[in-house]
Structures are given as structure tokens and as C-alpha cells.
Design a protein around this ligand. Structure first.
Ligand code: ZN
Length: 247
């Protein structure tokens, strides 16, 4: 996996070197070495330090955050909290970032799932998001952050067309579409109250289908994607909970 060792800026390199040396020195305080080490680093420690440096740079560029549900999954409002990070080689190796991705991620135990959040036709690129959805932050700041942390200039559709952040997105929809969406929304609220997480998920898929003719960007694409994401978390969270009960 990539480390971008050669193209990192000075600050990033120094950070990696300092942390690697810190870890190397910390090993002296543990039982890792059979003999107590003192004085300058030995050739064995320098070799180990190179491995630590490489591994740190790999995780620095390729790790994904792991989220957990932070509140009652039966509540209409749920939140996600970061509980750690891990490297998932398949997702990390095969899927590029987009500020307007066509997937979302859900963690269940040690498994990470990449779930399509809109129709992906044959030939379309399947995209992940490293951080910062286009609707949350201006393009200049997103691109600066992505370039600094992941060493690339984003050329996703949202960046190329300089899509607005959420507050400035179009909100207008036809009466016909609004009416259809409201009917599904009512059914979703009922399904959530009934703890029917599978139906909730299916209804969200219906909502996403209704949006297919609506030009992007639009507030509804953002809102319903977020709502679908929480529906996925509810559904898979419930499945995981049931597995625990069964075991
Ligand atoms: Zn972008």
C-alpha cells in the first residue's frame, strides 16, 4: 500500500520519523528485547525502526476510521462516534475518493461494508469518501486538506464543477416528487416506530430511486443519503445485536 514517502512535505515526514523513533525508544522500556538496550541504537533497532516507519506511513495514508452507534438505535435520532481505526486493504486499494461518493461505509464488528448509496451503472467508477463531503465544506478547504493528508488533488465531479455547500444547494422539487417523497417519509417514520429496520432500509432505497431523475447537486440528494446511511447503521446494528443474543 502507498506511503507517499517521497512526496510528503517536511512537516509530515518529521511527524512520521519522530513517532517511529518514539515507538522504538518505548520498546526499550518493555520486555520486547531479550537484553537491556542502552546507548545509541543498535543495527537491529535501526532495522526495526525502518519497519515501524514504513508501517506508520502505510497506516497514516490508508487507515479508515471505525465508527460505532453512540445512542439508542431505537431512537429516531442516532449518532456515530469514532471508536478507532483500521486498515482494510480491499477498500483502501481499489476505491478512490470522491467528495460526492456513490457508496457509504458501515462497520459491524471487525468487518467494514461498502454499500452503494446511489445507482451505479456498468462502467461507472465506484467511489469511497476519505473525509469531507462536498456539502460540508468549501472546495478550496477540502482540496487543501486532501492534498495535505492524502497527497492528491481531488478531481471528482463535485470539485470539477465546484458544487456549493449544503446551505446554498437547490431545494426546489416538483409537487409530484414532493408528494411521493412525503408518502415514503411517512412510511419510514412508521417503520422506525415499529422497530422494523429491514422495512426502513427498503423504504430508503425507494426514496433513493425516486431521486434518480433529480439533477445533482440538490439538498435532497444529501439529506436522503444521510438518512439512508443511518438506516444502514440501524439495520446492520440490529443484525449484529441479534447475533450476539443468539450466541
Ligand atoms: Zn472532490
Amino acid at each position: 500500500m502507498v506511503t507517499h514517502k517521497e512526496t510528503r512535505d517536511t512537516e509530515s515526514r518529521i511527524k512520521c520519523y519522530v513517532i517511529s523513533v518514539f515507538l522504538l525508544r518505548t520498546l526499550r522500556l518493555t520486555s520486547y528485547h531479550q537484553e537491556k538496550k542502552v546507548g545509541p541504537l543498535s543495527s537491529e533497532e535501526i532495522f526495526l525502526g525502518r519497519i515501524l516507519l514504513h508501517m506508520f506511513m502505510v497506516q497514516d495514508m490508508n487507515s479508515h476510521p471505525i465508527f460505532g452507534l453512540e445512542s439508542n438505535p431505537h431512537s429516531v435520532q442516532i449518532g456515530l462516534e469514532t471508536i478507532g481505526s483500521a486498515i482494510y486493504p480491499i477498500v483502501g486499494s481499489y476505491f478512490n475518493h470522491s467528495c460526492s461518493p456513490n457508496t457509504l461505509r458501515v462497520n459491524v464488528g471487525r468487518t467494514q461494508m461498502l454499500i452503494s448509496s446511489s445507482r451505479i451503472s456498468s462502467g461507472d467508477e465506484i467511489t469511497d469518501i476519505y473525509s469531507m463531503h462536498f456539502s460540508e465544506i468549501l472546495r478550496e478547504k477540502r482540496q487543501w486538506w486532501l492534498n495535505r493528508n492524502f497527497n492528491f488533488v481531488c478531481k471528482c465531479e463535485g470539485c470539477e464543477k465546484n458544487w456549493e455547500i449544503f446551505e446554498n444547494l437547490p431545494t426546489k422539487v416538483s409537487d409530484q416528487l414532493r408528494s411521493k417523497l412525503q408518502m415514503v417519509e411517512t412510511a419510514i417514520a412508521q417503520a422506525i416506530r415499529s422497530d422494523d429496520f429491514k422495512l426502513t432500509l427498503q423504504l430508503h432505497l425507494r426514496q433513493l430511486g425516486l431521486l434518480e431523475g433529480l439533477e445533482k447537486p440538490h439538498t435532497l440528494h444529501v439529506l436522503i443519503r444521510n438518512s439512508f446511511q443511518f438506516a444502514c447503521w440501524r439495520y446492520y446494528g440490529k443484525m449484529a445485536e441479534n447475533r450476539i443474543i443468539l450466541s
